[in-house]
Design a protein. Sequence first.
Length: 188
Amino acid sequence: MKNPKPILTLLFLCLSFVAGTALAEESFAEWLFTLDRMKEVRPVDNDNYAEECGACHFAYPPGLLTAPSWQKLLAPSALEDHFGENAELDDVTLAEITGYVLTNSAEKSYFKRSRKIARSVASMDEVPLRITEVSYIKRKHHELTDSMVADNPDVRSLSNCNACHTKAEQAVFDNDTVKVPNFAEWDD
Ligand code: HEC
Ligand code: HEC
């Protein structure tokens, strides 16, 4: 490249523009925080979903599974026998929740971790019924032992994301935010 100056100038202008708009609308810290959040999964932002699907367990953000999995899970006949429990919903609530979940499923999300989940699911032979069956999620937990999960009275199941992921409610699953109850390791 003979003369990099015009490109540098352009880059500088772009950067100042981005920083400028960011500063105008929110604090720089908030702007950075938003960027950081985009690495993760979109947090749950639907009251009906949070209430109905958070009644028995952590309300899983829709960006943790792809649409075919959600469709299987939310079929009325499937909800009647939902992992051995009856999680039936009235038609109106079910329609709203289904719409919300399908609009925000992993393959439609721009959040980085959702994209990884969507890619992982695409490489699987079957449509997973569980987040904990997604190859990417399984891989991330392969070091965990029974004493940390099934036999741990404060965890019991890998499905209880929020037992170990201290920022699960904000849909943040980063390694830095993990604390396995009763284990000093992964406590930082
Ligand atoms: C009546 C209680 C109950 C309600 C209500 C309920 N669930 Fe569940 N759900 C369960 C149980 C029990 C499991 C299995 C947990 C385990 O294996 O530890 C489960 C598991 C799941 C899993 C798989 C988690 C994993 O292992 O990856 C998903 C996804 C899920 N539920 C979504 C939903 C959605 C969406 C709703 C709302 C329509 C909902 N649940 C409502 C009881 C419930
Ligand atoms: C028994 C505790 C425990 C439970 C329950 C659990 N996790 Fe984890 N998770 C961990 C640990 C430990 C790691 C790896 C941390 C490390 O390597 O430093 C991890 C890693 C991850 C990562 C990778 C983070 C990164 O920075 O790459 C994701 C994503 C994740 N978990 C999602 C989930 C989801 C979603 C659920 C629920 C369906 C869940 N986890 C349930 C303990 C748990």
